[in-house]
Design a protein around this ligand. Structure first.
Ligand SMILES: [Zn+2]
Length: 298
């Protein structure tokens, strides 16, 4: 899209991996987060975030874990195999309701004045690279996700792969999901702390790139920037992350397509993050009101 001077208008997208305790069933971290009260404090944190989205009229795309918004009586995880099957059973037997159930949060999201958009984060937050889950499991996982979202009247055409670990593209397409968010195409991983800090400093903001997978037809949407510096990060990492966000906003103002993403529990457990996110939303609103960017769903 271009404005009247022919200069291209940037795009900004925000998405939320909407998951409560399901996001850490695989690594078991839901236990320590639950003990620390994270799934309780994320309720008021979400209220503040939603109020900010309304105040600045910035939409977010919510990639919902289906089992979290499903009626508990209809919840079906019978198709899972191996250790993830065992871990989800333990989770459902032992976790508190606020750790498992996000129907109250979805109701809050659906009551905002700024129109939100929706997608799926799979049904159980299954790792699509787990060697114990085969293609039939992936198909059941995606069919259940489509059913759970459908019952709540929300779309499932967009997928955020759990933990950004992608696979089973044919199963994703079979469920009617046509676009999947991938990691940033220039993301760095591995290396020591200094190497990663340097990479974070030096790597330019990564604009959205979309490619169609030739075999399955799935559109792979490479995202941009994680909107969090980590619950236990030091001041240096926090400063580097804020600097990256500033550079990403500047790139959007020059016409780039930038996709920020985060989790509800980030807002509850990273000190100072909620204020930073509000600042980013305020800056997005200023750029939009100047006509430099449009805020669009992922
Ligand atoms: Zn997740």
């Amino acid at each position: 899209m271009s404005d009247t001077t022919g200069k291209s208008v940037g795009k900004i997208r925000i998405s939320m991996d909407f998951e409560c305790g399901w996001g850490s069933v695989e690594d078991g971290n839901w236990r320590s987060r639950e003990a620390a009260g994270v799934y309780d404090t994320l309720r008021p944190a979400m209220r503040r975030y939603l109020d900010a989205l309304d105040r600045f009229q910035v939409p977010c795309t919510w990639a919902c874990v289906g089992a979290m918004i499903d009626d508990p009586k209809a919840r079906d995880l019978s198709y899972l195999k191996g250790s993830y099957d065992r871990k989800t059973r333990e989770f459902l037997a032992e976790a508190k309701p606020n750790t498992i159930d996000g129907r109250d949060l979805l109701a809050m999201i659906q009551a905002t004045t700024c129109a939100q958009s929706f997608g799926t984060h799979s049904y159980s937050h299954m790792n699509f690279q787990d060697p114990e889950q085969d293609d039939a499991v992936a198909r059941a996982e995606m069919e259940n996700a489509a059913r759970a979202n459908g019952l709540r009247g929300i779309a499932h055409d967009r997928l955020v792969f759990p933990r950004n670990l992608f696979g089973h593209f044919d199963a994703v397409m079979a469920a009617g999901t046509t676009v999947a968010r991938m990691p940033a195409h220039n993301a760095t991983s591995g290396g020591g702390l200094l190497a990663r800090a340097w990479a974070s400093y030096a790597r330019p903001p990564s604009p959205v790139l979309e490619q169609v997978d030739a075999s399955s037809g799935l559109t792979l949407h490479y995202g941009s920037e994680f909107l969090n510096w980590g619950a236990r990060a030091g001041g240096g990492k926090q400063a580097l992350t804020k600097r990256r966000h500033t550079r990403a906003l500047e790139a959007a103002a020059r016409g780039a397509d930038i996709h920020f993403w985060l989790h509800p529990c980030d807002l509850a457990e990273t000190p100072g993050l909620d204020k930073h996110v509000e600042t980013v939303l305020a800056r997005i609103a200023i750029l939009r009101d100047k006509g430099l960017v449009e805020t669009v769903p992922f």
